[in-house]
Design a protein around this ligand. Structure first.
Ligand code: NAD
Length: 525
């Protein structure tokens, strides 16, 4: 029906033929809910013909669509296409590449509400948060657009006369991009926009829990004018698509965000070919609340940090480090506020906590509830999956708070990635810092205190890539570097100006205009 309306309303002149084909493709795809890879300039099924389903975690009966379950042969075709496109793309002026990304930002802005709704359907975050996720992508697009005019090198004096020295930045080739499901728009934009503006082509393997947002993102890139073949998307599993992508000799660099376990596997695999690899991995973030803190403010911070995004953020507050002088009072405030949080479908305005991403993730949290109990911690709240009323068919879990947690317990040191908070009691600032640093991760951190001296010591002594003073552990901004220390990563940063270094090589150039051979370190000494 929709297709025939399109037919009657379109005059098939040459000028609108391309637009007609695009609308026709979109309508057929939406009606069949069957989505494809974009490889070598075309929308195609997996060569094997296999597919997988994408379902709504708030209502597992709702199938959002089927997507290609791809393999090595699909990755090979995508890399081949990207390599063919590289020469023309690297020779496109960087400001012109940036202009395309500005148009991407414009389209994302115009479609923000629709993108957010679809994201909530496929991964569960409440609508305000999915709008924030899209907004982060928009901010990143506009930042990247201007970066095309700012790809600075250096000029420096030569040690020899009549000689000119400079460094310039050149693209690397084809980037393999592998992303998780918890920020299905923001994280791909953090990687793909800098990759593109720097002149690289891209093969993108999104998380198989959020293929719809990723597919729409590629459609927007193409609509804005990114040439076909410059971007490719290959859907499928980590082993089916991720592994061949990492091992492919035609891939020059890998940017990965996900768990530390998979990050280590990628790092080992890429070391044989000396590929450049950026890893953004897990976290065990903590909020310290000192005895002089504004407790109402600290309460808002920990509720948002621990239970926003259902605790499924890399920067989620997984530990609360609470001063003994305010311990009982703050615990009462926290438990009574957390037990009133409204669970439900993220599309409903009254919902405060959406579902977890899938059954596995609910089971992981349940596993840690068991571990915590066995270690001697006590449950101050929650501890169970939640299946009441409208939540009956989804992957919901009660907000869960452990108390009597000690620093050596696994629930105090390991990432849980769900709505579970471990509360540790401390008696001094020094003890708070020691407890906070007692984990192999180092992504985000926070301290609530009115003492400026303690705040500055915390900025200096906390082992984390990000520290908030009087704010929760979450809240990245597109123009600031983002990343962690220890097993949270391998030293690279996303966001802001730093990520542009990752996607370029530095080339050192000497221009000798003396007309004679000049030997550095020899003829001048
Ligand atoms: P994950 O590691 O299971 O998967 C991430 C991506 O890697 C997915 O696309 C997956 O299909 C792929 N993958 C899985 N196995 C692979 C393999 N062997 N080879 C190549 N690719 C493979 O992580 P997840 O469950 O999607 O996301 C949650 C994790 O991501 C948490 O640990 C969280 O802390 C982390 N995370 C970190 C950041 C950050 O910036 N530091 C941001 C978001 C999420």
């Amino acid at each position: 029906m929709v297709v025939s309306l399109v037919f009657t309303n379109v005059t098939l002149t040459n000028g609108c033929m391309i637009e007609f084909v695009r609308v026709f493709h979109d309508e057929v795809k939406r009606m069949s809910q069957k989505y494809r890879n974009f490889i070598d300039g075309e929308w195609v099924d997996a060569m094997s013909g296999e597919t997988f389903e994408n379902r709504n975690p708030a209502n597992w009966n709702e199938v959002i669509g089927t997507f290609p379950k791809s393999g090595k042969e699909d990755v090979d075709a995508a890399v081949k296409g990207a390599r063919e496109a590289f020469d023309a793309w690297r020779l496109t002026p960087a400001p012109a590449r940036g202009d395309i990304l500005r148009r991407v930002g414009d389209i994302m802005s115009a479609r923000k509400d629709e993108l957010a709704k679809n994201m909530t359907r496929e991964m569960g975050k409440v609508l305000d948060e999915t709008k924030g996720d899209v907004q982060e992508g928009i901010d990143t697009a506009y930042y990247a657009a201007t970066e095309g005019r700012r790809m600075f090198g250096h000029t420096v004096p030569s040690e020899l006369p009549n000689k000119f020295n400079m460094s310039i930045r050149v693209p690397m080739g084809v980037a393999g991009i592998i992303t998780p499901w918890n920020f299905p728009m923001a994280i791909p934009t953090w990687k793909i926009f800098p990759a593109l503006v720097c002149g690289n082509c891209v093969v993108f393997k999104p998380a198989s829990d959020t293929p719809l947002t990723a597919t729409t993102f590629i459609e927007i890139l193409l609509e804005a004018g990114v040439p076909p073949k410059v971007v490719n998307i290959v859907h499928g599993t980590g082993v089916g698509v991720g592994t061949p992508l990492i091992n492919h000799p035609g891939i020059d660099l890998i940017s990965f965000t996900g768990s530390s376990g998979v990050g280590k596997t990628i790092s080992k695999a890429a070391s044989d070919s000396l590929k450049r690899v950026s890893l953004e991995l897990g976290g065990k973030n903590a909020q310290i609340v000192m005895n002089d803190a504004d407790l109402e403010l600290a309460l808002e911070g920990v509720l948002w940090g621990a239970f926003g995004t259902t605790g499924q953020r890399c920067t989620a507050t997984s530990r609360l480090i609470l001063h003994e002088k305010v311990f009982d009072k703050f615990m009462d405030m926290l438990v009574s506020a957390a037990k009133n949080l409204k669970l439900g479908d993220g599309l409903k305005p009254e919902t405060q906590v959406g579902p977890m991403i899938n059954q596995d993730q609910v089971e992981t949290v349940q596993g840690y509830v068991k571990i915590g109990r066995e270690e001697g911690a006590k449950l101050a709240l929650g501890g169970h999956p939640y299946k009441e009323g409208e939540c009956a068919n989804g992957w919901f879990h009660e907000p869960t708070i452990f108390t009597e947690v000690t620093p050596e317990m696994r629930i105090a040191k390991e990432e849980i990635f769900g709505p579970a908070l471990s509360v540790l009691r401390i008696g001094s600032f020094d003890e708070a810092i020691k407890v906070l640093n007692n984990t192999r991760y180092g992504l985000s951190s926070s301290i609530y205190t009115a003492d400026v001296n303690q705040a500055f010591r915390a900025m200096r002594d906390i082992e984390a890539g990000i520290t908030y003073i009087n704010g929760p552990t979450m809240g990245a901004e597109a123009h600031m570097p983002f990343g962690g220390v220890k097993e949270t990563g391998n030293g690279h940063r996303e966001g802001g100006w730093e990520v542009y270094e990752f996607y370029t090589e530095t080339k050192t150039v000497f221009v000798d205009y003396s007309g004679k051979l000049q030997r550095a370190q020899i003829d001048n000494y």
